[in-house]
Design a protein around this ligand. Structure first.
Ligand code: GCV
Length: 734
């Protein structure tokens, strides 16, 4: 369906048409109007749109014949995707064939399935099952683009790569591409409850329609699988880590098996979050002690039952002894005891256990940032071979900026899996534009120094630093039943970027933004450049207006919506803001130096020395590691107080600029998506202002300092901001 985008001139023409009924004017309108496809975001980055009028569009290369070798399953999915993609991009699907018979063909498959690929003798060594080559070659005398892999799934990933080339306007000549993923397990974690409520979800209900499963397989499941396969994601944990044991009952396992059936042709394994106390809740046992023989037997039998239904089931993700969840410590056992018991149950079937390290105790007076390290490092080397310990990117909880988690580099004998959050619990929910790839990149590139310079977090998790073969990365999904999947059009980019970096951590966040923008909006440089500029500035803007210079955990209580630097009291100190910012009349910041909580000592010596020294700590982490006077001199020459205030202003100003940039794209982007993004940016600007005003009002009440010259005072007294309540803010824990 096409809609006409009206420019100011067109409107006057419409008026003139009414009065003059002028046919000439009608012709002029048709001629000058930009035809922009009406879109709602459902197609994600897989729009396969025909070339934009007047812009440097998708590749001019035409595929004349499509040959996908192989039988049903993954090859069928590959064939369907290429047909769909080429039909859209070229304005018509190419002829299908069993063998290449003409120039301009596309040949896809494995040497085992295609004699023509086998005869090319391409070197596919070292690509594993998921890697692929894309080669321009001559096949039986015909110029052909070949996508070859050792296994069907590699060919599917290669097909998506090829479609990406076409979508972003790259020619298919002289290609010689070799790709293989760095990490074995690349997965989404859904924090989705069985009643379809999504914890920290801002995009509607869960996409898993449990009640109608297994009878009704929503076509959305297939599109979900396509989108994930297109970025190399090969696993999905369907349910919340705050798990309900019911998902392991026969009724739900049938539903899980039905979803697994949809995922299989796209190379995606299904996993479940397991509730540690399930043997008691659904198994009738009176204990869940991992040392108990009946408990062990129960889990083995349960694993057998799951694998009988889902032979390629991936395994279990577990949140144990964390934020009230049951776990092995309830019986005096360790995390390793619990993980190993479950690992033994799935091991005969090739399954894995991902045991989360997001733990902190309400009885533990120690700095919360230190607790996971303290609990897990002594267990290094005691986990069974099929266990991954899943660690959040930073030591607190997905804040807009955190230093890397000290466990990376701290457990060399244990494969550690990265956990990023794609959903934006702390970065403005779905209405704030915050492109998170720079955050992911910053963490992956961080140097732990545990084995000298270059011991990056990326090398810890890809196993190259310590020689682990089992490797992985998880992203907490931002997907829901909203038509555009992620609640906002730009949040799709965070899903996309997570997958791309999971495949190859060397990719740059900017390059990913460029390719996403070209596929999602337009290849027109007049769109790509400003949109990428907005994206690349956006995360830093959120840091600035929510609390820069290392401030953290200063949001509203419980729902985490909006500012709450005044939050204090309640059930536990480390759920308050005052615990983390420690502002007083003299200064602000959490002293984690050797003279303070000594969290710095959890890092390797060269890193610890930097973080321990106030003069060497990067300013973006200043208040994370140091309590400094309000007058502390910053690199800008300004005192800390002034710098902090100016950062709040800078954040608001960046959002204002983003909004202006977006307004300038009116007419170059379809009206539906343009309007929603524009509305969300207006919300973001208001809320950035609110964060800024409320935070300055609060911290000024503590610092007692005047605002720097020319800075506007908050329009309301502090009490106004403190009194705001949001009882039904989305995503809160249920
Ligand atoms: C799934 C934070 C979130 C919780 C989440 C928890 C976790 O505390 O606010 O909603 O629970 O992290 O990662 O387990």
């Amino acid at each position: 369906m096409l809609t006409l985008t009206r420019h100011a001139g067109d409107l006057s023409c419409v008026r003139a048409m009414r009065t003059l009924a002028s046919g000439l004017c009608a012709a002029l309108l048709l001629f000058t109007a930009t035809a922009v496809q009406a879109e709602d975001g459902y197609a994600l980055w897989l729009r396969y749109a025909a070339p934009d009028a007047g812009a440097a569009g998708p590749s001019a290369t035409r595929v004349t014949q499509l040959v996908v070798a192989g039988s049903p399953g993954v090859p069928s999915a590959t064939r369907e995707e290429l047909q769909r993609g080429l039909a859209g991009l070229q304005g018509g699907a190419p002829a299908n064939g069993d063998a290449v018979t003409r120039a301009g063909a596309l040949l896809v498959g494995t040497p085992a399935a295609s004699p023509q690929i086998a005869r090319l003798g391409l070197d596919l060594d070292g690509l594993g099952g998921e890697g692929y080559r894309i080669r321009s070659a001559v096949v039986d005398g015909h110029a052909t683009t070949v996508v070859a892999a050792n296994e069907d799934i590699g060919a599917l990933y290669g097909a998506f790569h090829l479609l990406r080339l076409l979508q972003t306007g790259q020619p298919l000549d002289g290609l010689d591409i070799r790709e293989a993923p760095r990490l074995a397990v690349r997965m989404l974690n859904h924090w989705d409850n069985l009643d379809r409520y999504v914890e920290r979800g801002y995009a509607g209900q869960s996409i898993w329609d449990w009640h109608r499963l297994p009878g009704w397989l929503d076509p959305r499941y297939t599109d979900y699988a396509r989108a994930n396969a297109s970025i190399g994601i090969n696993g999905t944990v369907l349910n919340n880590v705050n798990a309900n044991a019911d998902v392991l009952t026969p009724m739900y396992l049938d539903k899980v098996a039905a979803i697994a059936g949809v995922m299989r042709p796209y190379g995606i394994k299904v996993y479940l979050s397991a509730r540690f106390s399930a043997p008691m809740e659904i198994g009738g046992l009176d204990t869940a002690d991992p040392a108990d023989a009946d408990v062990q037997r129960w889990w083995r039998t349960k694993a057998d039952e799951v694998y009988a239904l889902i032979p390629d089931f991936g395994g279990f993700l577990v949140k144990a002894n964390s934020e009230g969840q049951p776990g092995p410590q309830d019986y005096g056992r360790s995390h390793a005891d619990g993980a190993n018991m479950l690992a033994d149950a799935v091991a005969p079937h090739g399954g894995i256990v991902m045991w989360r390290a997001f733990v902190y105790s309400d009885e533990e007076p120690v700095d919360r940032a230190k607790q996971a390290y303290n609990e897990f490092v002594p267990l290094d080397g005691t986990f069974h071979d099929n266990v991954l310990v899943q660690v959040k990117n930073g030591p607190i909880d997905f804040q807009p900026r955190e230093p890397f988690h000290p466990l990376f580099g701290g457990m060399p004998k244990t494969p550690l899996m990265m956990e990023f959050q794609i959903t934006k619990e702390y970065l403005g929910f779905s209405t704030h534009l915050a492109y998170k790839a720079p955050l992911y990149e910053e963490v992956l590139d961080a140097d732990t120094h545990v084995q000298g310079p270059g011991s990056t977090v990326a090398r810890v998790i890809d196993g190259s630093l310590d020689g682990h073969a089992l490797t992985g990365i998880a992203g907490v999904a931002n997907i829901g039943s909203d038509r555009n999947w992620s609640g906002s059009h730009f949040d799709q980019a965070n899903w996309y970027a997570f997958g791309r970096l999971a495949w190859n951590s060397d990719l740059s966040s900017r390059d990913i933004a460029v390719e996403w923008t070209r596929m999602t909006f337009s290849n027109d440089p007049a769109v790509v450049e400003p949109v990428v500029g907005m994206m690349m500035a956006s995360r830093e803007a959120v840091v600035d207006y929510t609390g820069a210079l290392g401030l953290h955990h200063v949001m509203g209580r419980g729902h985490h919506y909006g500012p709450g630097p005044w939050v204090e009291g309640g059930p536990r100190a480390d759920w308050t803001s005052v615990y983390f910012h420690r502002a007083d009349g003299n200064g602000i910041g959490f002293d984690r130096t050797r003279r303070g909580s000594d969290a710095v000592s959890q890092y390797a010596a060269p890193v610890a020395e930097v973080f321990d020294d106030v003069t060497r700590t990067p300013e973006e982490f200043l208040l994370w590691f140091h309590h400094v006077p309000w007058s502390h001199p910053m690199r800008s020459g300004r005192p800390l107080w002034d710098e902090l205030v100016l950062r709040y202003d800078r954040g608001v100003e960046t959002v204002r600029g983003m909004r202006e940039t977006w307004a300038g794209l009116d007419g170059r982007i379809d009206a539906g998506r343009h309007a929603q993004v524009a509305a969300f940016l207006a919300i973001q600007q208001d809320e950035a202002q609110w964060w800024r005003d409320a935070s300055i009002a609060y911290f000024q009440s503590i610092s007692g300092r005047p605002l720097p010259a020319g800075v506007a005072p908050p329009p309301h007294p502090l009490e106004h901001y403190k009194a705001l309540e949001f009882p039904h803010a989305p995503g809160d824990t249920q």
